[in-house]
Design a protein around this ligand. Structure first.
Ligand code: SAM
Length: 285
C-alpha cells in the first residue's frame, strides 16, 4: 500500500430511518475529498439533513466501470473517496464491486464504515435460525426461472434470504408456494426502520394469503427469509438430495402413499427409505 494514495471508504447509509447512521460515517462523509454516490439527489437529502456540504459524483451501475478507472486515478493522486449507495451497505445488491476490486488490485486501502443493511436488519428480528444462512440477492424475474430456483432450494436445510420489490412480492411468493411445502416458516420484513415497518413470521401458505388480501403487504421494500428444510433421519439420508426433492414435490400433489409409490418408480430408490423420508418430511423432523 502506498502512503501517498488516498483511501477508499465504503460507507453504509440508512435504509429508511435517517438516524441509522454512525458518527464515523458522518465524519467520513464530511472529511473525504469526494463522495461517489449511486444517486446524487438521494445522498443530497442525507447530506442536507446532517448539514454536510461536500462534493458528490454520480456512480451507478450504468457508468461504474468507466467511473471506477476515473476514481482509481483520483485515489492514486492522493484524494480520499467515500462510496455510498442509495440505501444500506454498498455492493450488497448495489454498485461498487468494480471499484473496490480495482482499488484492492491497485494497492489502495479500502476502509469499511459499517452500518445499516436490510438483510442483516431483517435477519436480526426474524426469529429464524441464522447461525448459517445464504443470501440470494434479487431472484430471477421470470416465473419459470424462479420456480427452478425454488426447486434447487427445496431440500436446503439452512436458512436463505432474498430481496424483493413491491411489483413482484406476490408472484414470487405464489411461485414459492408451487414448489416449497405450504407449512414452511417464512418471514416477510417490509419497510424496515420506516413508519410502516412490518415483520411477519408465518407459514408460506398463510404469507401468500396475507399478501394477496392486504394491499399494504404489497407496498414498499421487502426482505424475505425462508427457514431451511426439515433435517432428515439417518435412513432418509441414504437417499440422494435429488430423490428427496422428487418425493417432496410429489407429496405436495398427492397422498403420502401415492407419493412414495411414484417416487419409487421415478427414482428406483428403496421404498423403505422413501417411506421413512416421507414420514420425516410430514413431521418436519
Ligand atoms: N445495499 C442495500 C442493503 O444494504 O440492504 C440493499 C440495496 S438493494 C438495491 C434494495 C433492496 O433492499 C430493496 O429492493 C429491498 O429488497 C431491500 N431493502 C432496502 N431497504 C429496505 C427496507 N427498509 N426494508 C425492507 N427491505 C429493504
Amino acid at each position: 500500500m502506498s502512503d501517498l494514495y488516498g483511501k477508499l471508504y465504503v460507507v453504509a447509509t440508512p435504509i429508511g430511518n435517517l438516524a441509522d447512521i454512525s458518527f464515523r460515517a458522518l465524519d467520513t462523509l464530511r472529511q473525504v475529498d469526494l463522495i461517489a454516490a449511486e444517486d446524487t439527489r438521494h445522498v443530497g437529502l442525507l447530506l442536507q439533513h446532517y448539514g454536510i456540504n461536500n462534493k458528490v459524483a454520480s456512480f451507478h451501475q450504468h457508468n461504474e466501470d468507466k467511473m471506477a478507472d476515473n476514481l482509481i486515478q483520483k485515489l492514486r493522486d492522493g484524494l480520499s473517496i467515500a462510496l455510498v449507495s442509495d440505501a444500506g451497505t454498498p455492493l450488497l445488491s448495489d454498485p461498487g464491486m468494480p471499484l473496490v476490486r480495482s482499488a484492492k488490485e491497485a494497492g489502495i486501502t479500502v476502509v469499511p464504515i459499517p452500518g445499516a443493511c436490510a438483510l442483516i436488519t431483517a435477519l436480526s428480528a426474524s426469529g429464524i435460525a441464522i447461525s448459517q444462512f445464504s443470501f440470494e440477492g434479487f431472484l430471477p424475474r421470470t416465473a419459470s426461472a424462479r420456480k427452478a430456483f425454488f426447486t434447487e432450494k427445496l431440500c436446503v436445510t439452512t436458512t436463505w434470504a432474498f430481496y424483493e420489490s413491491s411489483h413482484r412480492i406476490l408472484s414470487t411468493l405464489e411461485d414459492m408456494l408451487s414448489v416449497i411445502e405450504p407449512d414452511r416458516q417464512i418471514v416477510i420484513a417490509r419497510e424496515l426502520t420506516k413508519l410502516h415497518e412490518t415483520i411477519v413470521k408465518t407459514t408460506l401458505s398463510k404469507a401468500v394469503e396475507l399478501v394477496r388480501q392486504d394491499e399494504y403487504m404489497r407496498k414498499g421494500e421487502f426482505v424475505v427469509i425462508v427457514d431451511g428444510a426439515a433435517k432428515i433421519s439417518k435412513e432418509a439420508a441414504l437417499l440422494s438430495p435429488e430423490h428427496t426433492k422428487v418425493l417432496s414435490i410429489l407429496m405436495q400433489k398427492c397422498t403420502t402413499k401415492t407419493a412414495v409409490e411414484l417416487a419409487v418408480e421415478i427414482t428406483g430408490a428403496r421404498k423403505k427409505l422413501l417411506y421413512q423420508a416421507a414420514l420425516d418430511l410430514e413431521k418436519g423432523a
